[in-house]
Design a protein around this ligand. Sequence first.
Ligand SMILES: Nc1ncnc2c1ncn2[C@@H]1O[C@H](COP(=O)(O)OP(=O)(O)O)[C@@H](O)[C@H]1O
Ligand SMILES: [Mg+2]
Length: 470
Amino acid sequence: MKWHKSLIFKILLCCFILTFCLVGSIFGVLYRYQQSILSEMDEKSSEILRGIQVQLTNLEDARTPSEILHNRLSDLKSRHGVDAIIVYDSEKQVVSSTDSDQMPVLEFGIPERAQVVVVEPTEGRKITAYFQTFPLMVGSNPVGYVRIALAIAPQTHLVKALQSKTLITLVLLFVGTIIVLCSLIFKILRPLQTMARTCQEISEGNLHELDIRPNASEVLVLEMKFNEMVEALKVKAKMEQKLAQTQRLCAIGNLAAGIAHEIGNPLNGIKLTVSHVKDLFSARELSDESFHKYTDTIIKEVNRLDGIVRDFLMFAKERELALQPYRIDKLLHETVRLIEKDASKRGIRIETDIQAISREALIDPQLLKSALLNIIINAMDASDGSGKIRLVSTDSCDTCRIEVIDQGVGIPAEILSRIFDPYFSTKSSGTGLGLSLTKMIIEKHDGDISIESTVGKGTKVIITLPMKGM
Ligand SMILES: Nc1ncnc2c1ncn2[C@@H]1O[C@H](COP(=O)(O)OP(=O)(O)O)[C@@H](O)[C@H]1O
Ligand SMILES: [Mg+2]
């Protein structure tokens, strides 16, 4: 950006112009005031001159200004309020003057024709006076000169004094104003620079709010609007991210649903066949220990595959809730019963502290059970073959709170925000669908799920469900 096009330069230029106008108008006013005083004095002097000339014309010997004039001068002096009148002959010698301790009789020619000078009538006393010298004429004959001195009134004196003092004051004021203005302008414009930098960062994808600690209400409004815009952009970015994820999931879901559906039937066949072979060989006592071990492994792995397929299908299909009145404490006991055996095989104890609830809530027990199982299985996976898992439930009048607490490995803070994402898993054989399915089921029940975890200490999953009746 060219410097002469910058806002700072333009504002500074305006300040300079304004200050010059201000100083100029002060000087203009002072000058006019002084001029009007001087022209008033000029008028007074012309009148006195006319009076003297009339007097001279009436004198017998009009060729030289006589001392007779002397009385007349005092009369004129007091009538017109001037400070001194001095008459010179044509040889420029003083012939007559008013007695004045105010104004000294200066030599002719000093000062010149019309001039403001400072005189010192007595030691240490200075007077500023306006001296004017006119030729004296009788008819068309020059007979001498007359000088009229008028002390400049105190207010005019003041103007003079002011002029020099004002000049210094104004220059100082001018410099001071410019310094203050510059700092103010920089302060005012700094937010704009910050804003420009933030805009640049935002355009590079770093969506963050503006913090300029504004000093003007307009900038405050601008900052508020700017931050509202950033907020809206953040929401938009989140929505776009969600949309992209939903689209991706939709595609994966459709694919998975198709594959899962196709895999489901052969899996069932394998499971049934292996069970049948096992029964058959056991009956004929043809099997030994390793035979049972291998067939059990096949059944276990097939069951696992079946579970994965079911998860996929449920996730892809987003089943509608089959709501029915059901007691939540009963549901919790049933869920524990389903998993207890498996847990004890893995050396994990499941403790329960389930508050009895006599009311029934409108829920989908199958789906809620699978959601709870997902959480408990995760807790068992995290417990690494030892420890205990606590299932606690408490009931308030309109919500039921369920907590699954384990003493497992815990979840690092950096992945805590991602564990509900579909397909996010830290396990080599995990699908990453467990928690996202669970969240979906809980939210379909208008409930809420959250997780608190400390690495090395354990994890607490908290579910709140509304106790909606029939
Ligand atoms: N109780 C828990 N303790 C530690 N980590 C957990 C716990 N529950 C969930 N997780 C983490 O969340 C991830 C996602 O869980 P989930 O959606 O059930 O998928 P999966 O169990 O297939 O990995 C897990 O891989 C694990 O890292
Ligand atoms: Mg899981």
